[in-house]
Unconditional design. Structure first.
Length: 196
């Protein structure tokens, strides 16, 4: 008999809740959602005695909890994957910065300084992850006095590009040998430009 009185109380509470919600919220775009919510709530209130007779309420609650856990797990996996991708990208960027600094030191020994470095790293997860695939270097010769230098002024329309000297070829070859020895990168995958 107690479950019947509880059932009657739940129906009365439901009616009061529906009246309160209908008074507080204006009719508009939300009214169809409110009707849907109150309809589902009515079904639960009316079905409660039937479900509780065979412990079906526990099964329904268990299914709802399992569904919530499954959705939470799926969301966690998605966030975890995103965080791992961000972490991998940060690690690759840090690795590139460290390689750039090391290249600057190696190249400095040849009497030139690096003005620009572009490094391409293998980012595919596998045996060759993190290997340097290609690099582009722009270097310039260091001047002895570090003072202001004035280039020769030429008048006329003939503009010549920087002529490659034997010294430039030797410097480029030495840089490629040093980088190939340390990073095991093919000379064909290194592009080195030397400017004055």
């Amino acid at each position: 008999m107690e479950f019947l009185s509880d059932w009657a109380k739940n129906i009365v509470y439901y009616i009061l809740l529906v009246k309160l919600i209908s008074q507080l919220l204006p009719n508009g775009n939300m009214s169809k959602y409110i009707k849907l919510f109150t309809g589902v709530l009515l079904i639960v209130v009316v079905m409660e005695p039937i479900l509780s007779l065979r412990n079906l309420d526990q099964k329904v609650l268990s299914n709802i909890m399992n569904m919530e856990n499954m959705l939470a797990h799926k969301d966690y996996n998605s966030q975890s994957k995103t965080y791992n991708q961000i972490n991998d990208q940060l690690a690759i960027n840090l690795y590139k910065k460290q390689v750039e600094e090391h290249i600057r030191k190696l190249v400095h020994d040849e009497g030139v300084e690096v003005s620009r470095i572009e490094i391409e790293v293998n980012e595919d997860e596998g045996d060759h992850f993190g290997e340097i695939v290609a690099m582009n270097l722009n270097v310039r010769k260091e001047t002895a006095n570090k003072g202001v230098t004035i280039d020769k002024i030429e008048i006329g329309n003939h503009h010549t590009a920087h002529d490659v000297t034997a010294e430039d070829i030797i410097i480029e070859k030495n840089i490629k040998i040093a980088l190939r020895g340390f990073y095991n990168i093919a000379p064909d995958n290194m592009n080195i430009s030397i400017s004055q």
